[in-house]
Ligand binder design. Structure first.
Ligand code: HDE
Length: 682
């Protein structure tokens, strides 16, 4: 365990090092350390006889296997995590005394787990869902967890309704269908009858719900928290994670296909990026509101269904996390990590947001059952890197060997230690907010406006984004069997936008609204993905090639794509090598059997000389899908002919290199635009 003031960005890695075991080149033993002489056959009475009770090795091996599973998380079951470090750009001393936010020369180790919310552990990555973005900072003052999502608002305003929303969106209880999807009756029945959900539903129907990559999504702490400084002055704060690569999404048809072709699409992407040294980076932003301005807004800052528009309360970027290390063992680290919004450090405190207050109960409670008792803080991934001492003892799987016999406070026999620390000594002192009121089960009226911000969100969308939202409603509500629920949803979202409600009502055979809608015209450009950073870095290009390609001309193009930061991968009929007209060969990365158009960001068709039906048929498939998904398409050599044969028009994002001049440069530019929405796609 590191000394308090030696805690740095390596502390967690060093601590985990004490628990890592490399089993290779070792003799096999039982869990008691006894060397095993035979692991293929159980101990039997004769070669064809029954297994003997005395076979302790068999019993130990099977018993351990029988107990390998623990309950999956009740939500956020499917996740993927990585280690990294946090660096501070600018001291936050003015606002908070949190030590990891004081000194720009100090770095902090972090562990980040991304997740989907609704699906089981084995479900697909690219489902339409909210994504979790949970970060554990291993600070010198203890673990600080920022347990965030990739959308800035939540479905409900009060923690007491969490079991209801989760029951409604999870697979229906009578037949356990559908998996990892909100496209069913109970979810939409919940939505229509709990109208505070309108804002998050708009986000869920938007492209934000199908991120291209964990590396390309934002994170939001959602709730209003507090920063408290050394002088005891408090400011309200909201936390943001801003990905350096910008915020990017899939299209829905593509996302559904990927769910079959590569259910691990997002986790593979993160894992590969880290293995390739292309470390994902996210900047930490804060929005800060002074205490005196608590009531200065047309929404309640304690309401988790509201954002603070960035144009009104700017996001101040204060630091960055870099994820630079994959886990060694998924179960030990990713599965056993336990986050909790109540894991705070001095200088960070809570607000009275009733959703946050509910969470403060739930996380410890759920870990007790999931991780089998009260000692899960001793699991290596969860251990703080600073010392931790108290009088808590015993329980299942206790590992710490506490010396001595004093296990209570106050005491005289251990000089009243472990002793408490006051605020000056680094003890956590709750912010002394003055609160008074009657005990009451009710919500403040200031929480009652459920439609202004969904409308703000809608107003902020570009035309393609609006089109996707309409299509998402048509898909999701179209899957609902109950006609009354469908109509209730149409009526509800008429309060957001009549054009939206009319569009999907027509698609699903419901009655379009005759009148209604909101007259709010405000927009927040920061909400649109049109305005995000676009980059070609780490984008994957499928290069379709066959024997007889022009190696002398194609290899330099591939080299240019690589120099631009792209990943061209060669796809052909068979794995192995392909030979160019000059006799030079290139290694094939994937065959048509082992990959698919939807797994790439762009397609480059080169072709070859051999007129192969298999190649041409598969090229048609790759092209059609890429075109339909608005992806950049490049063609040179025989590829141009294939483009023409497949009637791919010379439309936006289609780059034809007839004379090769500037082809690579133009293609890279088309890829930098990511998707070409102004393409005529039916
Ligand atoms: Fe969670 N949430 N949540 N949640 N949540 C859990 O804790 C809960 C909420 C979030 O990668 C559970 O360890 C309640 C908002 C993430 O391990 C559980 C309420 C936000 C993760 C739980 C909320 C989140 C969880 C399930 C409403 C974004 C995954 C397993 C009052 C700010 C953490 C677990 C990981 C996980 C309860 C709402 C984010 C049951 C009661 C809002 C990222 O404790």
């Amino acid at each position: 365990m590191s000394d308090e003031n030696q805690v740095n960005e390596n502390s967690k890695n060093e601590q985990l090092g004490q628990y890592r075991v490399d089993d290779s080149d070792k003799k096999m033993t039982t869990n008691q350390g006894l060397k095993v002489s035979e692991d293929e056959f159980s101990l039997t009475a004769g070669e064809r006889g029954p297994t003997l009770m005395e076979d302790f090795h068999f019993r130990e091996k099977l018993t351990h296997f029988d107990h390998e599973r623990i309950p999956e998380r009740v939500v956020h079951a499917r996740g993927f995590a990585a280690h990294g470090e946090f660096e501070l750009y600018e001291s936050m001393k003015q606002y908070t005394k949190a030590k990891f936010l004081q000194d720009t020369s100090k770095k902090t180790s972090v562990f980040v787990r991304f997740s989907t919310v609704v699906g089981s552990r084995g479900s697909a990555d690219t489902v339409r869902d909210v994504r979790g973005f949970a970060t554990k900072f291993y600070t010198e003052e203890g673990n600080y967890d920022l347990v965030a999502n990739n959308m800035p608002v939540f479905f409900i305003q009060d923690g007491i309704k969490f079991p209801d929303i989760v029951h409604a969106i999870k697979p229906e209880p009578h037949n356990e269908m559908p998996q990892a999807s909100g496209a069913h009756d109970t979810f939409w029945d919940f939505v229509a009858n709990n109208q505070e959900s309108a804002h998050q539903v708009m986000w869920l129907m938007s492209d934000r719900a199908i991120p291209r990559s964990f590396r390309m999504m934002q994170g939001f702490g959602i709730h209003t928290f507090r920063f408290v400084n050394e002088e005891g002055v408090s400011h309200f704060v909201k936390f943001h994670w801003i990905p350096k690569l910008g915020v990017h999404s899939l299209v829905w048809d593509e996302a559904q296909k990927i769910a079959g072709k590569d259910p691990d699409f997002n986790r593979r992407d993160l894992y590969d990026a880290i293995e390739n040294g292309e470390y994902p980076e996210y900047e930490l932003g804060v929005q800060i509101i002074e205490e005196k301005d608590e009531f200065a807004f047309d929404f309640d800052i304690l309401d988790s269904t509201k954002i603070w528009p960035e144009e009104d309360v700017p996001v101040k970027v204060i630091g960055k996390i870099t994820l630079d290390q994959n886990v060694d063992n998924f179960f030990a680290e990713t599965e056993q990590v336990a986050f909790h919004p109540g894991h705070v450090v001095p200088g960070i405190d809570f607000s009275n947001d009733p959703l946050l207050q509910g969470r403060l109960f739930s996380y410890l409670d759920t870990q007790l059952i999931r991780l089998g008792g009260p000692n899960f803080h001793e699991i290596p991934i969860n251990r703080p890197v600073c010392p931790f001492n108290n009088n808590q003892r015993d329980g299942y799987n206790r590992q710490t060997i506490n010396e001595g016999k004093v296990t209570y406070h106050n005491n005289s026999m251990a000089a009243n230690t472990p002793s408490t620390a006051n605020g000056q000594q680094g003890g956590f002192v709750h912010y002394q907010e003055k609160v008074e009121g009657r005990k009451i089960r009710a919500r403040s009226e200031s929480f009652n406006d459920h439609f202004s911000q969904p409308k703000l969100f809608w107003n902020s969308m570009s035309e393609p984004e609006k089109m996707h939202i309409k299509q998402a409603f048509a898909f999701e509500v179209g899957k609902v069997k109950n006609k009354s629920v469908q109509q209730q949803v149409v009526d509800m979202f008429t309060n957001v936008d009549i054009e939206l409600a009319t569009a999907f009502a027509k698609e699903i055979g419901a009655t379009p609204p005759a009148k209604g809608g909101s007259n709010i015209t405000k927009a927040s450009p920061a909400l649109s993905q049109e305005n995000t950073m676009k980059s070609v870095l780490t984008r994957k290009v499928a290069v379709l090639m066959n024997n007889g390609f022009n190696e002398a001309e194609v290899s330099p193009i591939l080299a240019e794509l690589k120099t631009a930061g792209l990943h061209p991968e060669i796809i052909s009929e068979k794995l192995g090598m392909i030979t160019g007209t000059n006799g030079n060969t290139l290694q094939v990365d994937h065959s048509f059997t082992t990959t698919d158009s939807v797994l790439f960001d762009a397609i480059y068709i080169v072709g070859g000389t051999s007129d192969s039906k298999v190649f041409n048929k598969n090229t048609t498939y790759f092209l059609t899908d890429a075109y339909k998904h608005y992806k950049p398409i490049g063609a040179t050599h025989d590829g141009i002919m294939l483009l023409n044969e497949n009637n791919i028009p010379n439309s936006p994002g289609v780059v034809i290199g007839s004379n090769l001049q500037n082809f690579a440069g133009n293609f890279v530019q088309a890829i930098a635009a990511h998707r070409h929405w102004n393409r005529d796609v039916i």
